[in-house]
Write a protein that binds this ligand. Structure first.
Ligand code: SF4
Length: 262
């Protein structure tokens, strides 16, 4: 694959956070998905996340009650959440925690400005697209909220960042990038960036920091450059990731080979 230069295709792309993260997960997956444009299969974790996002959106957009959301959850779970969970226990935990959250769902502590807001913008010449789950306002300040099935932890008070702090910083990059769109449309940056980790449930509110904002924009710039230069698109085979997270799995010869050797 190394002798083919895909830069002309890549330079025409519109970017998103998930497009960049897919490259970090596995270069070959990225190649299959965005160069070959293959349509992968729906996976358990991704379809669970989408289903919960949809229900939370209905709570705000259509004023659905907790009871109505729970009914929809129970009625549609099997049809909407597809693919295989790694175990019955994981399936059960996800199922229970989603239902538990919807039973006790409470509005975010902000006035709603927008929900599932599509943002289509340009960052230093890089076309970028995304969806802000919830944009809120309080006392004239703006707040970006992202619904997460991942159980992130609030920032520790340690002087050296913990592994969880670094994970939080990593996830915050997406919201910092969306902040550029907020600034372009509303003329000001958000006051805080928030994660609604609905499975725990934990609500994390992180104050907006100029330095992290600048670093996130630089990160995007570097990543797009790195992907544009890439020619090898080597696989990164790891059992859990390939089996339960990668929607390109069925097209991947490396995965097939690894399965035969197991
Ligand atoms: S199955 Fe694994 S190696 Fe193959 S594309 Fe997906 S993540 Fe990469």
């Amino acid at each position: 694959m190394g002798e083919v230069n895909y830069a002309p295709i890549i330079q025409e792309m519109t970017w998103s956070y998930s497009r960049i993260k897919a490259f970090d997960d596995c270069h070959y997956r990225w190649y299959l998905q965005y160069i070959r444009r293959l349509h992968g299969k729906d996976m358990f974790f991704a379809s669970y996340g989408s289903f919960m996002h949809k229900l939370i959106e209905l709570y705000y957009k259509e004023d659905k009650s907790a009871k109505q959301l729970c009914e929809m959850y129970l009625r549609d779970f099997r049809s909407q959440v597809v693919g295989w969970a790694p175990s019955k226990t994981v399936f059960g935990n996800y199922f229970k925690s989603g239902l538990q959250y919807l039973k006790g769902i409470q509005p975010f502590p902000y006035n709603m400005v927008a929900i599932e807001k599509r943002v289509d913008f340009n960052l230093s010449g890089i076309p970028f697209i995304g969806y802000i789950d919830f944009l809120g306002e309080k006392d004239g300040d703006l707040y970006v909220v992202d619904n997460k099935s991942r159980n992130l932890k609030p920032r520790s008070t340690r002087s050296n960042p913990t592994k969880s702090d670094l994970e939080l910083d990593d996830y915050l990059k997406q919201l910092y990038l969306y902040s550029a769109a907020v600034e372009q449309e509303y003329g000001k940056l958000p006051k805080s960036l928030c994660f609604n980790c609905f499975r725990t449930p934990v609500f994390i509110e992180e104050p907006f920091k100029e330095q992290a904002y600048a670093e996130s924009k630089q990160w995007l710039f570097n990543k797009v450059e790195e992907i544009t230069r890439e020619t090898d698109f080597l696989p990164s085979v790891e059992y859990f990731k390939c089996t339960y997270l990668c929607e390109m799995r069925d097209f991947c010869d490396y995965y097939r080979l690894a399965q035969k050797k197991r």
